[in-house]
Design a protein around this ligand. Structure first.
Ligand code: TXA
Ligand code: MG
Length: 315
C-alpha cells in the first residue's frame, strides 16, 4: 500500500473518505472518544482488512458506528431500556450491545459470528459528517495496532498505522480521550467496559445499579465468548485430506477442489472474509469438518485462534 493520506475535515475530505470506504478501503476518523479505524461494516473484505491492519491475533467483535437511531434500528433490536439509554446518551460516548437483527446487512466478521452487535452514534462532527457522506454503517475499533494505546490525534494514528490504511481524516484532538462506555443489553443490563460516559449517569438514567459483566474481549472462562457460535459438529484441524464422513474446509491452491475453500489463492484476507460465512454453512450441513492447515502469520493467526476455539472440546 502507498503512504497513508491525511485528509482535511472539510467537504472534499469527507467526500474522498466516503468514496474510499465505498471501495472497501480503510479510513481512520476522529470520534469524541478516540480515533476509529473505519471500514464498511457490510463489506467482508474491508472488515477482514481492519483486523489485518491492527495485527489483532484474534477476531474480537467490533463496534459499528451509525448516523442516527433509524440506522441503528435497522441493525439491532431495541427494547424500552435500550431506547431510553439511546435517547439519553446518543450521540455520545456510549456503546450498546444489542440483539443483532438476523436480516441486518452486516459482515459476520464484525460481530465475530455473534448474534449480538455493539452499536454507537458518535457525537463528533467529523464522525457525523463522514457517516452522512458514506450513508452506511462503519465498523471501527480504536485506530491503534493491537496492544498499543488508543490514538487521540491524527498523528498518533499515523505513528501506529502509516502504510497500513488508506487515509486518516484529521479532526484534531479527541475531546473525551477515553473509549466509549459499553453496556450489554442482550441479557440483564451490565457494564461491559467502563469508558467516557460515567457509570453514575447511566445508573441514574435506568434507575438501578449495573452489574459488571466484564469485557468480552477478555473472557474469564475459555470459550465463554465462543460458545455461542461454535459449529455443532466436530472440527479436526491441520487436516491434509477429509475422510468419508467429513467435509473439507480447504485453504490454498492445493485444495482448490474442496467443496469450501477459504481462499483458493491462499490469500489470508480473503480467508478471513469467508471464515464466518463458511462456519455457518458448515453448521447447517450436519457433517464433521476437516480443516486444511492455515499459515500462522498475519490474519492466519486470528483465523487459527478462531478455529482452535471452535475445535476445542465443549462443556
Ligand atoms: O470509543 C470507542 O468505543 C472506540 C471508538 C472508535 O468508537 N472504539 C473502540 O472499539 O474502542 P474497540 O474495538 O477497540 O473495542 C470494542 C469493544 C471490544 O472490547 C469488544 O469486545 C466489545 O467492544 N464488543 C464489540 N461487540 C461486542 C458484542 N457483540 N458483545 C460484547 N462485546 C462486544
Ligand atoms: Mg481498542
Amino acid at each position: 500500500m502507498h503512504k497513508t493520506r491525511v485528509l482535511l475535515a472539510k467537504s472534499h475530505g469527507f467526500a474522498e473518505a466516503a468514496s474510499l470506504l465505498q471501495e472497501g478501503a480503510l479510513v481512520a476518523f476522529p470520534t469524541e472518544t478516540v480515533y476509529g479505524l473505519g471500514g464498511d461494516a457490510t463489506n467482508d473484505t474491508a472488515v477482514a482488512r481492519i483486523f489485518e491492519a491492527k495485527e489483532r491475533p484474534s477476531f474480537n467483535p467490533l463496534i459499528v458506528h451509525v448516523a442516527d437511531i433509524e440506522a441503528a434500528k435497522n441493525i439491532a433490536v431495541f427494547d424500552d431500556m435500550s431506547l431510553r439509554l439511546a435517547g439519553a446518551f446518543w450521540p455520545g460516548p456510549l456503546t450498546l450491545v444489542l440483539p443483532l437483527r438476523p436480516q441486518a446487512e452486516i459482515a459476520p466478521l464484525v460481530t465475530a459470528g455473534l448474534e449480538s452487535i455493539a452499536l454507537r452514534i458518535p457525537e463528533h462532527p467529523v464522525a457525523q459528517s463522514l457517516l452522512e457522506a458514506f450513508g452506511g454503517p462503519i465498523a471501527a475499533p480504536s485506530a491503534n495496532p493491537s496492544g498499543k494505546v488508543s490514538p487521540t490525534r491524527a498523528e498518533h494514528v499515523i505513528q501506529g498505522l502509516s502504510g497500513r490504511i488508506e487515509a486518516v481524516l484529521d479532526g484534531g484532538a479527541c475531546p473525551v480521550g477515553l473509549e466509549s462506555t459499553i453496556i450489554g443489553l442482550v441479557d440483564a443490563p451490565a457494564l461491559l467496559r467502563p469508558g467516557g460516559l460515567p457509570l453514575e449517569d447511566i445508573e441514574e438514567c435506568i434507575g438501578s445499579k449495573l452489574s459488571y459483566g466484564g469485557d468480552s474481549s477478555t473472557p474469564t472462562a475459555p470459550g465463554q465468548l465462543t460458545s455461542h457460535y461454535a459449529p455443532q459438529m466436530p472440527i479436526r484441524l491441520n487436516a491434509s485430506t477429509a475422510s468419508s464422513d467429513e467435509v473439507l474446509l480447504g485453504f490454498g491452491p492445493d485444495c482448490a477442489k474442496s467443496t469450501l475453500n477459504l481462499s483458493e489463492t491462499g490469500d489470508l484476507v480473503e480467508a478471513a472474509a469467508n471464515l464466518f460465512h463458511f462456519l455457518r454453512e458448515i453448521d447447517g450441513c450436519g457433517q464433521k469438518i476437516a480443516v486444511s492447515p492455515i499459515p500462522e502469520k498475519g490474519l492466519g493467526r486470528a483465523i487459527n485462534d478462531r478455529l482452535r476455539r471452535a475445535a476445542a472440546p465443549r462443556a
